[in-house]
Design a protein around this ligand. Structure first.
Ligand code: ATP
Length: 217
């Protein structure tokens, strides 16, 4: 079953300063939604809030009928909800494959090998450098590995935070292709970008975010 995400009146404040204000947003099951906003608009904060990585107040924050506010991060991972941070955060000394498997080990996810095979099918180039250490990769290759790692748990809802940021044109074309192919896996996706350069052709719906306020387009 694929997850739909429903957010109603979500608020986040940091040091009592409102960062996200009354955010409401829906991701229908199996659809891809764009979240477009300039630097500092609140895209990362919204993704971190969905993942339970910061305190939030929300009337409704539900994925596949489950209140996310009641779940711990490892429980989100076990339910197939995953996040690809903008700043890759790979562990440099581990191999590519170890980096990808890490969320499965950390969160007790079964079927890691099956997921790994699916991920390598989606990105054969990642399979080709799976024994290299993360520190030996280019920035663009690291983005692919960060996506692969997010896909290890992320079989229901995937949050991609500015995946194209800082990626050279050739690799961003490849990344676009890989993200488009995620549709075959029936994933629900939020894809953030500072403008819609790469996401326009990928997403089913677009939301704009400006100074912590989200509007549907
Ligand atoms: P970017 O691409 O630059 O990360 P963004 O749209 O993802 O932009 P956020 O990182 O979510 O934006 O930041 C939203 C706002 O919240 C910004 O004004 C930022 O300064 C503020 N903010 C985020 N984290 C903190 C923090 N830990 N302490 C104080 N302010 C913060």
């Amino acid at each position: 079953m694929n997850a739909a995400l429903e957010i109603n009146s979500l608020n986040v404040a940091i040091d009592r300063i409102p960062i996200l204000r009354n955010v409401s947003l829906q991701v229908p099951a199996g659809k891809m939604v764009g979240l477009i906003g300039r630097n500092g608009a609140g895209k990362t904060t919204l993704m971190r809030a969905i993942m339970g990585l910061m305190p939030v107040q929300a009337e409704r924050l539900v994925c596949a009928g489950q209140d996310l506010q009641q779940l711990k991060p490892f429980q989100l991972a076990r339910r197939g909800i995953s996040y690809m941070p903008e700043d890759r955060r790979l562990i440099p000394a581990l191999t590519v494959e170890e980096n990808i498997l890490l969320p499965a080990w950390a969160n007790g996810i079964h079927e890691a090998q099956k997921r790994l095979n699916w991920i390598y099918g989606l990105m054969p180039e990642v399979s080709a450098f799976r024994t290299r250490r993360a520190l030996q990769l280019s920035g663009g290759q690291q983005k692919l590995v960060a996506l692969a790692r997010a896909l290890m748990p992320g079989h229901n809802l995937l949050l991609l935070d500015e995946p194209f940021e800082g990626v050279a044109p050739v690799l961003s074309r490849r990344l676009t292709e890989v993200i488009a192919n995620l549709r075959q896996g029936g994933l629900s996706v939020i894809l953030s970008e500072s403008d819609d350069t790469h996401s326009a052709g990928l997403v089913d719906h677009v939301y704009h975010i400006e100074r912590g306020v989200v509007t549907a387009r």
